[in-house]
Design a protein around this ligand. Structure first.
Ligand SMILES: [Zn+2]
Length: 169
């Protein structure tokens, strides 16, 4: 059987940045309010932030994170937990309206060995899927093409959010 690897060359910047000490891009984006557009921040809610993943596995890959730099669910309070789950729902709504995915992978990685690039600050991945796209984690055979620029996608999601009053927590 052929071994197939995920081919995601745009992720190299992310991989190379992993060893930078003391740098949490989520906390950075939370503080850097004036650069929401540049940082691809889609929503800020009371306890959380939603942003586009700069190094997406697929078009429309969103990250949902609590405002607090906490590693896992065990450190989150009830309010944060509820908001994170509601934001999954709202993210799916916005993506469905904007780019019409046929499915979603939604998940979390805890610990480097499980693939967490940023183990200190938990974040939920929301990855839209279409029939025939490349696989989320396991494999793909062709060069993956992310056809829409992040800037364009952010604008589209912002317009959709405004029009549909999202997030509606
Ligand atoms: Zn953080």
């Amino acid at each position: 059987m052929d071994r197939k690897n995920l081919w995601a060359p745009w992720r190299i910047g992310y991989i190379q940045g992993l060893d930078k000490p003391n740098e949490c891009f989520i906390c950075h984006n939370l503080k850097d309010r004036k650069n929401d557009k540049k940082n691809f921040v889609l929503w800020r809610t009371e306890n959380s932030i939603v942003m586009l993943n700069r190094y997406p596995y697929n078009n429309g890959h969103l990250l949902i994170a609590p405002n607090r730099h906490i590693a896992g669910f065990d450190k989150a309070d009830e309010e944060e937990l509820l908001e994170l789950v509601k934001l999954i729902r709202e993210s799916q709504k916005a993506l469905t309206l904007a780019i019409k995915p046929q499915g979603f992978n939604i998940g979390l990685n805890f610990g480097r060995c499980a693939g967490a690039g940023l183990p200190g600050h938990m974040h939920i991945h929301v990855v839209p899927r279409w029939e025939g796209d490349t696989s989320f984690i396991s494999s793909c055979s062709d060069t993956k093409i992310i056809s829409q620029s992040l800037k364009e996608l952010l604008e589209q999601l912002q317009q959709t959010s405004k029009k549909n009053k999202l997030p509606n927590l």
